[in-house]
Write a protein that binds this ligand. Structure first.
Ligand code: PEP
Length: 251
């Protein structure tokens, strides 16, 4: 039985005031969330405030990216040990915005996955195809390649210590959601791909859906056999919306 996980990706949004308001709203409304594990992945500068507010609550927190290096002359980077020092549980790895705007290759993403594990963080590995790739019929080829790179570098058992997020690039921040059937098809593919290396990892690893998930579509998506929760961008910035998505996993 895989416990659903709903993780918010705040991206580069917020201020000290809005973060305080959002966290207060989340804490106040958590009683309605019965089943899902809940996490927020915050911009690095807000992580100390997130830790101060969420310590002792059931809500976990994490970063949005991690350096492949543990420390040193890498201006602007944030390391795994630094995130761990602020009690981060999760870190997002290979988000499509980083792959696209920071030219992150499959190889770099795989290195980040192992750097996160070395620091004791749980990586949330994002995979997904662009609209052009979907229309060209190469969704499975792309997602398979992105997964295989991490399995080859880290080993299947280490991959099993993380979380996978299927995020079709064409659905991120666009208001276009994959239909439950489209999402389930790729989630099942991801599980089958992992099963080729390890049946037990395939059965236990959580595969989240991400891409314009919101209070209106979350329940139907989460009812699919291979969808174990969501990675939520826009709808994670408002406490009522995020809590509604989290409680859509109630069973
Ligand atoms: C994301 O950034 O991971 C995401 C899924 O964004 P949105 O929910 O806004 O599409």
């Amino acid at each position: 039985m895989r416990q659903p996980l709903v993780a918010g990706n705040w991206k580069m949004n917020g201020s000290r005031a809005s973060v305080a308001e959002l966290l207060n709203g989340l804490k106040a409304g958590m009683a309605r969330v019965k089943t899902a594990e809940v996490a927020v992945c915050a911009p690095a500068v807000f992580i100390p405030a997130v830790q101060a507010e969420l310590a002792g609550t059931p809500i976990k927190w994490g970063g949005q990216d991690v350096s492949v290096h543990a420390s040193g002359a890498y201006t602007g980077e944030i390391s795994g040990p630094m995130l761990a020092d602020f009690a981060c549980h999760y870190v997002i790895i290979g988000h499509s915005e980083r792959r696209a705007y920071h030219a992150e290759s499959d190889e770099l993403v795989a290195n980040k996955f192992s750097a996160a594990r070395a620091a004791g963080l749980v990586p949330i590995l994002c995979v997904g195809e662009t609209l052009d790739e979907r229309e060209a019929g190469v969704t499975e080829e792309v997602v398979g390649r992105q997964l295989d790179a991490v399995v080859a570098h880290c080993g299947i058992d280490v991959v099993g210590e993380g979380v996978i997020a299927y995020e079709p690039v064409w659905a991120i921040g666009t208001g276009k959601t994959a239909t439950p059937e489209q999402a389930q098809e790729v989630h099942a593919f991801i599980r089958a791909r992992l099963a080729a290396a390890s049946r037990s990892v395939a059965d236990t690893v959580r595969v989240l859906y991400g891409g314009s998930m919101n209070p209106n579509n979350a329940a139907e998506l989460m009812l699919q056999d291979d969808i174990d929760g969501g990675l939520i961008g826009g709808a994670s910035l408002k406490a009522t919306d995020f809590l509604a998505v989290c409680s859509a996993a109630n069973r």
